[in-house]
Design a binder for this molecule. Structure first.
Ligand code: VGL
Ligand code: ZN
Length: 197
């Protein structure tokens, strides 16, 4: 077994004070740093949107957290967040990024959001992470980070569907929990064979 820790989107904009703050998002940083030593590989993801991204409410003159239909399905319209090169897109200052073998960026396609570290929200455009993991012989993943109900959830389900053994450390995740999203994410992950710890 080769086991990687996948740290999802531990960036300033998802922490208190950020543009899309997740309650308690900063509380998990210390525990994640400590966990890094227990794995064969550490991989970080970074939400990385161009200004004017199609997932931003401002791009559509819509209210943040309203819904819209995209060619690939229903999409939440978010406040502007994680804009390429901004302070909000940087990792939390206390996250130990030196331990990372790989940093994978996602959401750079202006027309398609990407919650998952594996596929964009069209569910077909790959990020390349699966190939990286396979060529390194990584077969088991533990996921931590932000947000439980969006990027952690989508990444965990895609990983399980792609054939990896997947564990989510819920104590090292925090959720947005918008409109019942945490309950449906939890049910979806369990159905896909993700182990929630
Ligand atoms: C995320 C909403 C928009 C996340 C990213 O990291 O969970 N959520 N972009
Ligand atoms: Zn985003």
């Amino acid at each position: 077994m080769t086991h990687a820790l996948l740290v999802i989107d531990l960036q300033n904009d998802f922490c208190p004070g950020g543009a899309l703050a997740v309650a308690g998002g900063d509380e998990i940083v210390h525990g994640i740093n400590a966990a890094m030593n227990d794995f064969d590989a550490v991989i970080l993801t970074q939400d990385w949107h161009p200004a004017g991204h199609s997932s931003f409410a401002s791009t559509h003159d819509a209210d943040p957290m309203s819904m819209t239909e995209m060619p690939y399905g229903t999409q939440v319209l978010w406040p502007d967040h994680c804009i390429q090169g901004s302070v909000g897109a940087q990792f939390h200052a206390n996250l130990q990024t030196d331990r990372a073998d790989l940093i994978i960026r996602k959401g750079y396609n202006p027309a398609i959001d990407s919650y998952s570290a594996f596929f964009e929200n069209d569910k077909t455009t790959p990020t390349g992470l699966e190939g990286y993991l396979r060529t390194r012989g990584i077969d088991t993943l533990t996921l931590v980070g932000l947000a439980t109900d969006y990027c952690v959830n989508y990444s965990a389900v895609d990983a399980a569907t792609s054939g990896f053994k997947v564990i989510v450390r819920t104590d090292l995740c925090r959720a947005i929990n918008f409109d019942g999203s945490l309950a449906s994410a939890t049910a979806g992950m369990q159905k896909s064979g993700v182990r929630l710890l």
